[in-house]
Design a protein around this ligand. Structure first.
Ligand SMILES: [Zn+2]
Length: 104
């Protein structure tokens, strides 16, 4: 019997796409509400560059930005705009793990 080969119903690409859709936090649903309303700050841009309003999640990232963009201005942590000043980020809290926009 040589019968026809059964066509595969799921390609690896399809499965990968489904897995991605199921495991990636796209900021939707109940969990995303807090994200969108800004109540939960974990994992989101915290600092704002006082020179060009670019945001960064932490001081180190902001310093890298500063060195790259404003090399002539001395980097001063105090001058950064801390957008989360009222709510300290709790590092023990699980982060939302948003990665949709970080894809390369
Ligand atoms: Zn800047």
């Amino acid at each position: 019997m040589t019968g026809k080969a059964k066509p595969k119903k799921h390609t690896a690409k399809e499965i990968a796409a489904k897995l991605d859709a199921a495991t990636t936090n796209r900021g939707g649903g109940k969990a995303g509400v807090a994200d969108r309303t800004g109540q939960e700050k974990g994992g989101h841009a915290k600092y704002e560059c006082p020179h060009c309003k670019t945001t960064a999640p932490d001081v180190k990232t902001m310093q890298i930005h500063h060195d790259a963009r404003h090399p002539k201005i001395p980097f001063e942590e105090d001058k950064l705009v801390n957008r989360h000043a009222t709510t300290a980020a709790d590092s023990s809290k699980s982060r939302p793990g948003v990665r949709g926009s970080l894809k390369k």
